[in-house]
Design a protein around this ligand. Structure first.
Ligand code: FAD
Ligand code: FO1
Length: 453
């Protein structure tokens, strides 16, 4: 346990030491859940429980439901709430109350810390601006200390690197040398005496049926479904990952991104299970490269680069080359509406946009092609980035995520990439076209598949 204790402390950052006051902090420790929406394998919960034990008080989990979160639509909320319900029941069975509030955190968190005399507020780590603003406003208003735990990354973001990394090759050695220390089995969350006084407010469970539309083409939500997906990938997808993960027509990818995005499963759990069951081969290495290096590089980017969704974040060479080609002739120009309605001349692109809209999923290789074409068909990089973010976060179930902002900044502005041979419009930004796709997969088969959705 002492190893976990050690890693537990390195996963924690003090956001605020709290204000000295003579009030009696005899209430429960509050764990404010945002990004890692699961009961199992959750370092933030384990930390909050440990602190509550030390203080001899119970701990309570709180979630603040926020309308139109980064453009999320109803079916995204439906997926999230179903996962939260499963987490609430898991916690309930451990005697840990779960409270869902339908107000913004900066209002309700200070109120309940005050009302419940909370001695410590713990929250999970999220590099996105929206959560950091919430935390700032909460810290201004609460008297108690506020601690943050990185439950999302295997190597805590601030431990992996002290700065914004240039590319995967500069980030990889830093991450890999810390895996032994941080990729460890989780302790199990203990039961706690159930405090009737903090009984959960389960009226929110009925929200699921009435308030949020369901998209039948979304996968099933929650930690159990995520585990089924992981096992299925271990049995059927992983062995083909190295050869076929770039082929949207081969189901050789895990499709775990919605579960990882909403924190319904931890990437550490996926890595632990993969390392337990799969032999050391290029399939496993390629997958862990994506799951650990690429995914945690996105958090590194969003954490250290405040303009992660602006062209300001692009490397200088990219800014220069995009500016130099801003007035190149564009053979095609499309508005956001035309792109949204899949009305371009490019049947492959239209199919990718349609699949994204209908199913909330798009294969990684196609996401690159999809974003790169938006660069080609819009007046400049700013417009391309804004449109790509809007469509990505409106339709993808795994959208509104650091991986998305990094993926779009890579496609449009060459972050984590290098300069390529100069050409019109793209300058030295990596170019992709349908010919390249045809070399990789059956484009006509894909267009037909989407047509039948
Ligand atoms: P697998 O290949 O099975 O990989 C397993 C996990 O590794 C993924 O779930 C993901 O968490 C991580 N991963 C894989 N590829 C990447 C990558 N390139 N960068 C970072 N992490 C990765 N991912 C999102 O989660 N949300 C998004 O909104 C998103 N938007 C993207 C937009 C563009 C333009 C691009 C180029 C990429 C985007 N990605 C996004 C990254 C990647 O495409 C998806 O994470 C991946 O396709 C999810 O499918 P999967 O779970 O089957 O991936
Ligand atoms: N986090 C919250 O704390 N409250 C919400 O109401 C909320 C809604 C939401 C909707 C869609 C979505 O993709 C994410 C949402 N999140 C919400 C945040 C999410 O769990 C992640 O923290 C961020 O998207 C960063 O990855």
């Amino acid at each position: 346990m002492h190893i976990a204790e050690n890693t537990l402390l390195k996963r924690m950052k003090v956001l605020s030491f709290g204000r000295q006051s003579n009030r009696l902090f005899n209430g429960p420790v509050i764990y404010w859940m945002n990004r890692d929406q699961r009961g199992q394998d959750n370092w933030g919960l384990l930390y909050a429980q440990k602190m509550a034990e030390n203080m001899k008080v119970p701990f309570v989990v709180v979630f603040c439901l926020q309308k139109n979160f980064l453009g999320a639509v109803e079916s995204h909320y439906r997926f999230m709430l179903e996962g939260l319900k499963e987490a609430a029941i898991y916690l309930q069975e451990k005697g840990i109350p779960f409270h869902l509030f339908s107000q913004s955190p900066e209002t309700v968190i200070p109120e309940i810390c005050d009302e419940w005399n909370t001695p410590l507020l713990v929250t999970d780590f999220n590099p996105l601006r929206i959560k950091r603003d919430w935390e700032e406003k909460v810290i201004e208003q609460v008297d108690c200390p506020v601690h943050q735990v990185d439950s999302h990354n295997i190597v805590p973001c601030w431990e992996a690197s002290p700065k914004c990394e240039y590319a995967a090759y500069t980030f990889r050695p830093r991450i890999l040398k810390k895996l032994t220390e941080f990729l460890v089995e989780y302790p199990v969350l203990k039961e706690q005496k159930y405090e009737k006084t903090w009984a959960s407010n389960h009226d929110w469970m009925k929200h699921l049926a009435s308030e949020y539309k369901h998209n039948g083409l979304h996968p099933p939500s929650g930690t159990k479904a995520a585990k089924v997906g992981l096992d299925d990938f271990l049995d059927n997808g992983l062995r083909r990952y190295a050869s076929f993960s770039n082929n949207p027509m081969e189901s050789a990818v895990s499709k775990l991104s919605p579960y990882l995005h909403f924190g319904q499963i931890s990437s550490a759990r996926c890595a632990i299970e993969i390392m337990k069951h799969a032999e050391v081969d290029e399939n496993r290495e390629n997958f862990l490269e994506q799951l650990i290096v690429r995914k945690e590089l996105s958090d590194n980017f969003c954490y250290y680069q405040p303009f992660y969704d602006k062209t300001l974040a692009f490397p200088d060479w990219a800014k220069k080359t995009l500016a130099a080609h801003e007035h190149d002739h564009r053979e095609y120009l499309y508005t956001m509406e035309e792109l949204d309605q899949c009305l371009t001349h490019d049947l492959l692109w239209n199919a990718a946009q349609k699949e994204m809209k209908l199913t909330g999923y798009l294969h990684g290789y196609l996401r690159m092609y999809w974003a790169k074409k938006i660069v080609e068909w819009t007046p400049n990089a700013e417009t391309a980035q804004q449109i790509a973010i809007y469509l990505n976060d409106t339709y993808l179930l795994d959208g509104r995520d650091p991986n998305g902002y990094a993926g779009i900044a890579w496609s449009v502005g060459g972050i984590h990439d290098r300069a390529w041979a100069e050409r019109p419009v793209f300058g030295k930004i990596r170019y992709m076209n349908e010919k390249g796709c045809r070399r990789k997969f059956d484009v006509d088969g894909y267009i037909e598949y989407v047509g039948n959705l």
